[in-house]
Ligand binder design. Structure first.
Ligand SMILES: [Zn+2]
Ligand SMILES: [Zn+2]
Length: 116
């Protein structure tokens, strides 16, 4: 998760909102996010405490990635982040995603999602 950048404006890191996650079976205590920790929402070098065991003990099944710079958002569906530029976005699939998670989606995302 800590390597994803916005495909449109190249901003990094992206804000992560998790809707559904699953526990993993085994976690190595020494595992750490490399540059940016989405669980702690901060750059690793600026964080006082990094319990990245938490990050690695869950698999994100469904969620949302939000670019703080350009305001675009990207769905995570069945573990796969859909990081596509504007002209390749699947509006129908996005609509289904929005309907599925409804009130868990921040208002600013709902606003841009209903643009067309
Ligand atoms: Zn982490
Ligand atoms: Zn962006």
């Amino acid at each position: 998760m800590d390597i994803l950048a916005c495909p449109m404006c190249r901003n990094f890191p992206l804000r992560l909102i998790v809707f559904r996650r699953e526990s993993r079976y085994s976690v190595n205590e020494a595992m750490k996010c490399e540059l940016y920790c989405s669980y702690h929402d901060g750059m690793i070098e600026q964080l006082k405490e990094t319990k990245c065991v938490e990050c690695y003990s869950y698999e994100i099944m469904d969620g949302l990635l939000i670019c703080k710079r350009c305001g675009r958002w990207y769905a995570i569906i069945d573990e796969i982040p859909i990081m596509l530029p504007d002209n390749f976005r699947d509006r129908k699939r996005e609509k289904e995603f929005i309907e599925r998670w409804g009130d868990k989606i921040p208002p600013e995302v709902l606003k841009t999602a209903s643009m067309d």
